[in-house]
Each structure stands twice: as C-alpha cells, then as structure tokens.
Design a protein. Structure first.
Length: 300
C-alpha cells in the first residue's frame, strides 16, 4: 500500500510470484483475496513489501477471518499513513479516526445505496485508500462492488481516449446531494451541510484521465457522486459525455469485482483508481468499521 512518502514497490519485481502471501485473484479486472497475514499485529517489512505490491497489482485486497478491535483497526491504518477525517459517516464513539457504517435493520431494505463513487474527489488531494471491516453483517446481501478505472480507460476506443486525455472535470461537493442516485440524501438539512462544506472545499478541477503515481498507468478519474461538469463544455455536452463515461466505467461486469462480506472480513482499496458501490439489498443489521488513509497525491 504505497503512498508517495512510503516505499514504492519495485515494479520490475512484480512479475515474480508472491513468496509470503497467498494470493487468489477475484476477477480478471481487479481484486484479490489475500492469506498469510494477521493484520491485528504489526506487519513485518517483508510482508508489507508484498502487500504494497498487491495493492498495485489488484487495487482491492480482501482479507478473511481477521480479528480487529477498533483500536487495532486504527493501528493498522496508521501503518499506512495519516488517518483521514470522514465528514459523511458517524464517528465510532471513543475511537477517533474510526467510523461506523450501520445499515438500517428492520423490514425495509437499507437506504445506504450510495451508488458508484470514489471518495472525496471534491478535494485537491482525495483519499489514498480505505480499510473497511465487517463487524456484523447479514448472511447474504450488502455486498460491495468495485470497478477498475485503469481497465475502464483501456476499454475506450483510441479516438475516445484522445478526446478524454485533454479534458478537465469539475468536482463539486454540492453535487453529491443533487445526483439522481443520491435523492435519499437530498434533504434540506443535508444540502445545508453540503453548502457549509463548499465554503471549505470550493469547486475543484481534476484531469479526466490521470496517471497512477506508482504504476504509471493511465486511468479514468470520474465520479458519479461529485463530478458536476466538464470544463469548457455546455451543461448539455457535459451531461451527455459524463453520462456515457459513468455508464462505461461502472456498468460493465468485465471491469468489476464483487466482495461478499463475512464477519471478520477486511477490505482495502486504492481509492485513486477504483470506484466502489455498496448494494442495498438487505434488511438486517449491517455494521462495519471504517478507517480511511489521507492521500498525498493530487490527481494529475
Ligand atoms: Fe465511499
């Protein structure tokens, strides 16, 4: 899990097999289940080197049967960078930096259907990545989808790649409450909160196509939650192109993996080049703990 200030794996070594970790890919696009590490303990340097490499190889890492108290989850996060504050999720009381995702139990399906997004692209320096830990999850339902934005870029035609390469996207924190997919959040008090955040985070521009700082690979940097338009285009043109790109990036199974949670499952994803989407197909209680790592990379 290499941040700019941390070690970057030797990419020349990436073709070599993993020596310590057992790695099983989830799909052809991204994701891997990783065995051979107890994340409640300090991670030895040789294991850490393989984890750093696995992030670049697979972008979504799934660890089963981990026992992580909130304090242990925070300690794990601190090994990878600065813990990031999360403005949209309640804090877990008594555990600074750890956040509580709690699906609504009861007869109705969960309302936590936030659809596809990357976290916090409305900031100049978005999150590096997230650890999400399943504390108490339904027997079935509440899976999380992930989509590879590197593969999404590669799947565009050369002509569309050339067009995309030169474009700049405007990201706006206010957009989150206005998206059709987020109508459950479009309550006046929520919009008011977003307006307050906008005074801290004004609209920001990021390239539509970015280059991963560690792999050097190009990827689509779009976000159905925060992207409000394309610089220099009319609203109609923006809307049409963003709609195409969002559909292209998030609606193709060949670009995705799906993680089924069990109690004790921990997932880490590279928030720079991966979109995620929770599935609200459950009625039972679903409790997750979340620790996000602040980024050090400005999208370029
Ligand atoms: Fe998210």
């Amino acid at each position: 899990m290499a941040q700019a200030q941390l070690r970057v794996p030797d990419l020349a070594a990436c073709a070599a097999p993993y020596r310590i970790l057992k790695v099983r890919r989830l799909t052809g696009a991204l994701g891997a289940e990783i065995e051979g590490v107890d994340l409640s303990q300090h991670i030895p340097a040789d294991v850490r080197a393989e984890l750093d490499r696995a992030v670049l190889d697979f972008a979504v890492l799934v660890f089963r049967n981990q026992t992580l108290s909130p304090a242990a989850l925070k300690r794990l996060g601190e090994q990878f960078g600065e813990i990031e504050e999360e403005p949209f999720i309640p804090k877990l009381e008594g555990h600074e930096g750890v956040y509580l995702l709690q699906g609504s139990g009861g007869a109705r399906l969960s309302t936590q259907n936030l659809h596809w997004h990357v976290d916090h692209s409305y900031r100049a320096v978005p999150s590096y990545g997230t650890f999400l830990y399943a504390v108490n999850v339904p027997e079935a339902g509440g899976d999380t989808m992930f989509a590879c934005m590197t593969k999404a870029y590669e799947a565009l035609s050369p002509t569309m790649q050339k067009i995309a390469d030169g474009l700049v996207v405007i990201h706006d924190v206010l957009q989150y409450g206005l998206q059709a997919g987020h109508m459950s959040l479009a309550r006046p008090e929520f919009i008011g909160r977003l307006q307050g955040m906008r005074s801290v985070f004004p609209q920001i521009e990021h390239p539509l196509v970015c280059t991963h700082p560690d792999t050097g690979k190009k990827f689509l940097y779009i976000n159905p939650a925060w992207a409000s338009g394309i610089k220099g285009m009319s609203p109609q043109e923006s809307q049409a192109l963003l709609a195409f790109l969002n559909t292209h990036a998030t609606q193709q199974p060949k670009l995705q993996c799906r993680v089924r949670w069990e109690n004790g499952t921990l997932v880490f994803w590279d928030n720079r080049c991966v979109q995620h989407s929770p599935i609200a197909d459950y009625t039972e209680q679903r409790i997750m703990h979340r620790v996000a790592i602040a980024g050090t990379w400005r999208p370029t």
